[in-house]
Write a protein that binds this ligand. Structure first.
Ligand code: SF4
Length: 363
């Protein structure tokens, strides 16, 4: 059995599950910060096998889901501008903005929008279209920000001045702090995101354990990873201890990726950011440094974010804070489905509402 298969080993899963059932003696409200964990728990078939005392809370770790309505409005405004080509990852295309409009609709109406797989594709688009301004929609967490920073550095080195980035990147640890400060969230432990942690390592989460006495486990995406992590949480809660543990050592170094962080912080400064359904969080976003301002779409195209009301009826904010289960939203699987999403949590493959719909409604 190779290393990768060993994390899916059914015999080991059976043993860990048994152990979990034996060890768990009180309800455990744990948050799946990252939507990929929510999907992994459903996909592996683990969910119905877990002890009933385990309460799954969704978290704010789906980048598309936390993109604020006013940020989507800015994308849509740009989509109508002459001489502008938008370059975006595909999962933003169907995210509803004001009045239910989205980029897919804007493209159908003639806006120039290209789906790219990397910011380097957007840079190439800029080189190929020297008479247009190519704006890359920078959405995502610490995982994607370093690559986008590198593309800005390349644009500067190669003097590709018609390449711009609209940076609405967000940082995960400040959002955890907001949840920990909110008594209604009542999170017992965090399943910390595997991908973001490849960049961050353990240190940026230490405050979770030290200041809030809450365990956190950086976790991989296979069933053995998840079961081991739940056991670590249960053990810590039983002992009344809290620490940050790196269960995903095969992918995440305790110190993270220093080089990626260096690139990221050589291009971006930390600033406040607006999170959909959560509000403004201090020091939770990334803006482009003055040194690279010619590549900053906000400045170059004079974009200001406008007040946009929350999508009526959508409970994404409650879902993203773990205060509501997706299937408790009155619109879930009725007015809101993956084919006709009302909120972003039903759009993205990492969105909790989309995961619950796929595995609970259509499974
Ligand atoms: Fe929003 Fe739809 Fe999820 Fe309800 S089911 S919270 S409307 S995305």
């Amino acid at each position: 059995m190779n290393v990768s298969d060993s994390f899916k080993d059914p015999e080991l899963c059976k043993k860990l599950l048994e152990q979990l059932h034996n060890e768990l003696d009180a309800p455990l409200r744990f948050m799946e910060v990252c939507g990929t964990h929510t999907v992994a728990i459903f996909q592996s078939g683990l969910r119905p096998l877990l002890p009933k005392e385990i309460v799954h809370l969704s978290g704010p770790g789906c980048p598309v889901c936390v993109t604020h309505e006013s940020e989507v409005a800015a994308f849509l405004d740009l989509a109508g501008k002459d001489g502008v080509i938008l370059a975006t990852f595909g999962d933003l295309m169907r995210v509803p903005g004001p009045k239910g409009r989205n980029l897919k609709l804007a493209k159908a109406e003639g806006a120039r929008i290209e789906i790219v797989y990397s910011p380097l594709d957007a840079l190439k688009l800029a080189q190929d279209n020297p008479n247009d301004t190519v704006v890359f929609l920078g959405v995502g967490f610490e995982t994607t920000a370093p690559t986008i920073a590198a593309s800005i550095q390349m644009a500067k080195q190669q003097n590709i001045t018609n390449f711009k980035v609209l940076s609405f990147h967000k940082l995960v640890p400040p959002a955890l702090k907001v949840l920990l400060e909110d008594p209604e969230c009542a999170v017992d432990a965090f399943l910390l995101p595997g991908h973001v942690s490849t960049i961050l390592g353990i240190e940026p989460y230490q405050f979770v354990a030290e200041r809030y006495n809450t365990p956190g486990v950086i976790t991989g995406f296979d069933p053995v990873d998840i079961l081991e992590s739940l056991l670590i949480m249960v053990e810590q809660r039983k002992k009344g201890k809290a620490s940050i543990v790196n269960q995903y050592k095969r992918a995440v170094s305790d110190s993270g990726n220093a080089k990626a962080r260096e690139i990221m912080f050589s291009v971006f400064d930390i600033a406040e950011a607006q999170w959909r359904g959560v509000g403004t969080i201090p020091e939770s976003g990334l803006i482009i440094k003055n040194e690279y301002e010619e590549f900053d779409a906000l400045k170059a195209l004079d974009i200001t974010l406008t007040e946009v009301p929350q999508t009526p009826g959508c409970k994404c904010g409650e879902v993203l804070k773990g205060k509501m289960q997706p299937n408790d939203c009155p619109l879930f699987a009725k007015a809101c489905t993956p084919a006709k999403p009302v909120g972003p949590c039903m759009v993205s493959t990492e969105g909790s509402c989309a995961a619950y719909f796929k595995y609970q409604v259509t499974a």
